[in-house]
Design a protein around this ligand. Sequence first.
Ligand code: HEM
Ligand SMILES: CC(C)=CCC/C(C)=C/CC/C(C)=C/COP(=O)(O)OP(=O)(O)O
Length: 300
Amino acid sequence: MERDLTSSGEVRDFIALLKPRVMSLVVFSGLAGLLVAPGSIHPVLGAVAVFCIAVGAGASGAINMWYDRDIDAVMTRTRGRPIPMGKMPPAEALSFGVVLAVFAVALMGLAVNWAAAALLAVATLFYVFVYTMWLKRRTPQNIVIGGAAGAFPPMIGWTAVTGDVTIEPILLFALIFFWTPPHFWALALYRCGDYAKAGVPMLPVVSGARETKKQILIYTVLLLPLAVAPWWVGIAGLAYAATAVVLGLLFLAGAVAVWFDASDKAARRLFGFSIFYLFALFAMLIADSNSLALFGGVSF
Ligand code: HEM
Ligand SMILES: CC(C)=CCC/C(C)=C/CC/C(C)=C/COP(=O)(O)OP(=O)(O)O
């Protein structure tokens, strides 16, 4: 039965706007930044900081779904979302996202510190304006440049504890920055038809599968030394470094498999592995960080 488009969305529709599954990894990487940072933060304030990262990321997801409602309605993967399904009036999704974004930044500033709040604001604005509204529909480099938005959370977590940005959080930023292209292009390889139908110039649509596979290989190679860097700058131990090498080689093996695979089976596997890779790497970073004895940067 058709819903009345003037009626409000239900709770589950508001939750869907927050892209909760993507948010889980965003939050985990933010938590990792917070836990490995030197210094201390009261656990309640640490929880508030992570909450603000979650709400900020969710808010930008909601604004993204408002702006992209036309292409989301065309693509098979996204047409079940609340706005294209007619379960949520677009203006309501936009207001929800804007209110949550302002709330998250203000709470971070008032309760934690304004440096972390500023970074959260930059990440949100970057995802909404630079990625969603500017680059996504214009260039196949959209996710390379725009992907920077998703690389902010560990830096925000770190800054929540220390109040400033040093080389270590910049390295964590770089790690996610170089992880994002193989993560996304693996998916884009097997969703290429969707993007072509919606007129979104993702790399496989514009340059073809071979070029995309080559770019996946390049970024996966660059990611390997970057993933070891937290050990090199002293925020993680040898167990972390060994895990980063093993995971990196597995990622590379997956990228090589994609290169030789004419079907999309290896690309689907690589996309799934990319998510496992980042969860496992950050879990190991937390477990093997030098400050774990103090329960990370958290102290009572
Ligand atoms: C510009 C950067 C990025 C793009 C374009 C991108 C794109 C995507 C897309 C299209 C999906 C599939 C979602 C679906 O099936 O509806 C996805 C899934 C996912 N992404 Fe990303 N992503 C990016 C960055 C990130 C970052 C930075 C993280 C976290 C650190 C992340 C975490 C995830 C997770 C956990 C999933 C799986 C969600 C699920 O199980 O449905 N992504 N991503
Ligand atoms: C802390 C903070 C504000 C972080 C926000 C950054 C963030 C959530 C990054 C993840 C990027 C992401 C989910 C892109 C999806 O691309 P898309 O929007 O093209 O995917 P779609 O086709 O599924 O909508």
